[in-house]
Design a binder for this molecule. Sequence first.
Ligand SMILES: [Zn+2]
Length: 193
Amino acid sequence: MADDEAAGSGDSSQFDRAMMRLAIDQARNAWAVGEVPVGAVVVREGRVLATGYNQPIGSHDPTAHAEICAMRAASELLANYRLVDCDLYVTLEPCAMCAGAIMHARLRRVVYGARDPKTGAAGSVVDLFAETRLNHHTEVVAGVLADECGALLSSFFAERRGGRAGGEASAGTAAAADDGGIEVRFDDEAAQR
Ligand SMILES: [Zn+2]
């Protein structure tokens, strides 16, 4: 688990990993308020512009994914709906909605951690970024700190399944799981809680 090397993407830079750690911190914020732990940061020229974490339940907003929250904050800061020269770091592969928003925002790069085999729109279910008729601006980097990003999600759902009534299940169990890195179990039923 301490291994930084993300399986399948050997060339993630130290800077990318540092930014992903910030995204992971954001994911922990989501967990702290009972949301599925996904976090994101928007970076431009080596500087963090904005952060966001998944919060659709608490905000009663189906679009309040981490990516959307971070992009919205960055756009407000820049007073520009286009996030040119910006990179988005997110702990989980973007869904189709977020992929669309990323394209509209003209982000330069998207760097994500864990794959999402159920709703991932950057290669897992579909690859909207490979569709040049939609967009040919945004570069995608996959698998940065995938183990840590995925372990957070696994731990979250394990805790949910473990029963929230009496206390809490140890969150440490899933972190020890060695699932080869990138695959993540993503439980939609639990996510709706
Ligand atoms: Zn999304």
